[in-house]
Design a protein around this ligand. Structure first.
Ligand code: PAF
Length: 287
């Protein structure tokens, strides 16, 4: 496994992959890897012959007062895990390599980046858009794989690739969960034991919402309220949002007559967790 830290090294290795006809698949990450990331890597292995993973805690996607400094990092452990997964190249640039001077470009997603997480993290997705566009330009993968846990990010990245004509297939892989339903996330490592114990309420609320949609509840407000009431049973959990929105534009439908995204963000102490489920109404579109 090759570990590269500079853009010229990455490009040189990319050229080798190209000249030897290898299909490059990129899994972008911020490190502190868990089984969720490894499931993306395994999927990458099944769709290409040269799996690249980037590890970069991207400062432009963190807002003031967010957890940029304390974001968990353990490069040695990450590299061991990736080596064991048969990864070909790990790109681990420094902040100075990626941003030799403060970037004056941001990529905004009008109408999509102000919904859900964008309401409380107004600069987050423009930073994600910027770094993902940079990674796409540096590595030029044929395929890039992201997780469904970050459903809004996944939607925006699909738009980034299609609107900017990146010749890259974007694949979205299912969320990987702990046995009690908690979605795997590097940020779970922040949780105190008592917080970890109640955290699965987020997924329970989503499952109740999904069940309501699947059994014919067509009023998004009713579904929303059900999720809000479920979260309220755990006083240690403070809701940021619980939403029932259309998959394509993240707007709340008047009635649920096609698949919807149920999404929750909540705080446990200083830790903010997100999760989501897709839900299909019964009938011709759902079933
Ligand atoms: O999902 C993440 O880990 C990050 O947002 C990403 C896509 C690697 C960009 O920094």
């Amino acid at each position: 496994m090759l570990v590269v830290t500079t853009i010229p090294e990455a490009r040189a290795r990319r050229d080798e992959d190209r000249s030897e006809g290898r299909r490059v698949v990129l899994v972008p990450t911020m490190g502190f890897l868990h089984q969720g990331h490894l499931s993306l890597v395994r999927r990458a292995r099944s769709v290409g012959d040269s799996v690249w993973v980037s590890i970069f805690v991207n400062p432009t996607q963190f807002g003031p007062g967010e957890d940029l400094e304390r974001y968990p990092r353990d490069l040695a452990r990450d590299l061991q895990m990736l080596e064991a997964e048969g990864v070909a190249v790990v790109f681990v640039p420094s902040v100075e390599e990626m941003y030799p001077e403060p970037a004056r470009v941001r990529i905004s997603f009008p109408g999509l980046d102000d919904a859900l997480c964008g309401r409380t993290r107004p600069t987050h997705f423009s930073g994600v858009g910027l770094v993902v566009a940079k990674l796409f330009n540096i590595i030029e993968p044929e395929v890039a794989i992201f997780g469904q846990k970050d459903a809004q990010q996944a939607l925006l990245i699909r738009r980034l690739a299609s609107d900017l004509d990146f010749p890259i297939a974007i694949e979205i892989a299912p969320t990987v969960r702990e046995a009690d339903g908690l979605a795997m996330s590097s940020r779970n490592s922040y949780l105190q034991p008592s917080q970890r114990e109640v955290a699965p309420v987020i997924h329970r609320a989503l499952l109740l919402g999904r069940e309501a949609v699947e059994t014919g509840e067509a009023d998004p407000q009713v579904v929303r309220q059900l999720m809000i009431d479920t979260i309220a049973t755990a006083p240690a959990v403070t809701l940021d949002y619980a939403e029932c929105v259309r998959i394509g534009d993240l707007l709340e439908p008047e009635r649920i007559d096609s698949p919807v995204l149920l999404a929750i963000a909540a705080h446990l102490g200083a830790t903010r967790l997100i999760d989501n489920e897709l839900a299909c109404p019964p009938g011709p579109t759902g079933e």
